[in-house]
Design a protein around this ligand. Structure first.
Ligand code: HEM
Ligand code: HEM
Length: 410
């Protein structure tokens, strides 16, 4: 039995499964709302991967020998035409998708798998509508060709009993006969199940800073002991406490469920949003805040205001410019006490390629090894070139960033 090369077989099934995934996700993209941005990025990333793998597959077609065609005459010609059509679909779908994002009114940067920036194709804006139409229609053309292709393969394999399907299997195994085509169904189902679950706890992130602080204040009563202890070492008549040996400051592991949000006034309204992805490394002894070492990294592409169109704008060059600068980083060495359980950390914020001094305020509540952190920072957005275009004219110059999370000492 002649068969395709292993690499051609691998690419055949991998590309087929990914195409099914793309169609499942693509159909839902328009209605995605808050979670749109990440899925758009995934759709575009996998689409470009398909484009590259298809180019590789075409190259391999000329490099590795293929089995001789099983059929001649009109049926052979039909099989050939369907294969050619499938290649047009495999190349056309990603190319029209790429053209579509390159000519959109709001240019949303694409970071392939969060790493490689995808340049925009130099095409006129007039291409946008036809590119979208073609992208949309090609999916259906692909499905129709797929149906013909599968019908042909099944006819050969099961009716004509010529074992054609083994040509696209690395070994003659009934399990693979079910599993490899099954991958296409898996791709489609995966594309459906990663789709909209309710937006991640945006509500927690949207709590305005005042409310966060109120919550922290309510915790003060509960934390009276702690507060008293924290206040005591500073007083002269408690020398014993001052002399207590101080071990290395503990590491605080941020617990799931926290949030970093932002709000800014815009022509009398307030725009609020949150960052779904961020990490914080915190080393600090609450009784000796000068020991603090804080590093917070925020994945700017995860910013959402609950509207995928505006989220796309946020990621663009006018606001965060995530393609060139995917992260905002705040670092501070040392913090100072500003009240019973209040602190201020003055450090550096690096955002959109600019690093400037920035301070944050926060309160700690809770006791011992489990604490709650709540705080905020006021950022002068112009210093970082955030909101430097036409759509930002009504935007207030100061943006409030607020955060709340639980942390455990390790
Ligand atoms: C490789 C295979 C791809 C397939 C099979 C595919 C399939 C689809 C499908 C079925 C839709 C829904 C169209 C509709 O609403 O009627 C869609 C939407 C979309 N695709 Fe793709 N896509 C692919 C690659 C790409 C690539 C590479 C990009 C961009 C770099 C892209 C960008 C988009 C965009 C932006 C939309 C949403 C358009 C809108 O609703 O406004 N796609 N895709
Ligand atoms: C259950 C689904 C599928 C089955 C059972 C299947 C089966 C096969 C078989 C047996 C061949 C070899 C034909 C021969 O040797 O003459 C083949 C070739 C091919 N298949 Fe599929 N296929 C499936 C899905 C797909 C999908 C989704 C695509 C692309 C969108 C695709 C694209 C191709 C292409 C382009 C070839 C020709 C390879 C070449 O000679 O260059 N197939 N397929």
């Amino acid at each position: 039995m002649q068969r395709y090369s292993r690499i051609a077989i691998f690419l055949h099934w991998a590309i087929a499964a990914m195409l099914a995934f793309q169609i499942a996700v693509g159909w839902a993209l328009e209605d995605l709302g808050a979670r749109g941005f990440a899925l758009f990025q995934l759709h575009k990333s996998i689409g470009i991967l398909i484009l590259l793998l298809t180019l590789a597959r075409i190259a391999i077609r000329y490099w590795k020998p293929r089995p001789a065609p099983t059929e001649h005459g009109w049926q052979g010609a039909l099989a050939k035409a369907v294969h050619a059509g499938l290649y047009v679909f495999m190349l056309g779908a990603p190319l029209t998708g790429w053209a579509l994002v390159s000519t959109a009114k709001v240019k949303v940067p694409t970071l392939i798998f969060g790493v490689v920036p995808l340049p925009h194709l130099p095409l006129p804006m007039s291409v946008n509508d036809p590119a979208f139409a073609a992208h949309s229609v090609l999916a259906w053309v692909g499905i129709a060709l797929f149906a013909l292709h599968v019908a042909g393969a099944l006819r050969h394999h099961f009716l004509m009993r010529d074992g054609l399907m083994w040509r696209m299997m690395p070994v003659r195994s009934p399990a693979l006969l079910a599993a490899l085509p099954g991958l296409i169904a898996v791709g489609f189902v995966l594309g459906r199940i990663i789709l909209p679950t309710p937006a991640p706890k945006a509500i927690a992130a949207l709590v305005p800073p005042v409310a966060v602080e109120e919550e922290a204040a309510a915790n003060v009563a509960e934390a009276v002991d702690n507060v008293a202890n924290a206040a005591l070492p500073a007083s002269a008549d408690n020398a014993a406490a001052v002399e207590e040996p101080v071990g290395p400051p503990p590491n605080w592991a941020v617990q799931p469920g926290g949030s970093i949000g932002f709000s800014v006034g815009n022509s009398g309204e307030t725009i609020s949003g949150n960052f779904a992805k961020w990490t914080a490394k915190i080393v600090m002894n609450p009784d000796h805040p000068d020991s603090a070492d804080i590093r917070v990294e925020i994945d700017l592409a995860s910013a959402s205001v609950g509207d995928s169109y505006k989220d796309g704008m946020l990621a663009g060059d006018e606001f965060f410019g995530v393609a060139a600068h995917p992260k905002a980083v705040f670092t501070a060495k040392g913090a100072e006490k500003t009240g019973a359980n209040g602190y201020r950390a003055s450090g550096t914020l690096s955002l959109k390629g600019v690093s400037k001094p920035q301070s944050i305020r926060f309160t700690l509540s809770g006791k011992g090894k489990a604490r709650k952190v709540a705080g905020s920072a006021t950022i002068t957005r112009a210093s970082f070139g955030v909101g430097n275009g036409d759509s930002s004219t009504g935007l207030d110059p100061k943006v409030t960033v607020h955060f709340g999370f639980s942390a455990k000492a390790e």
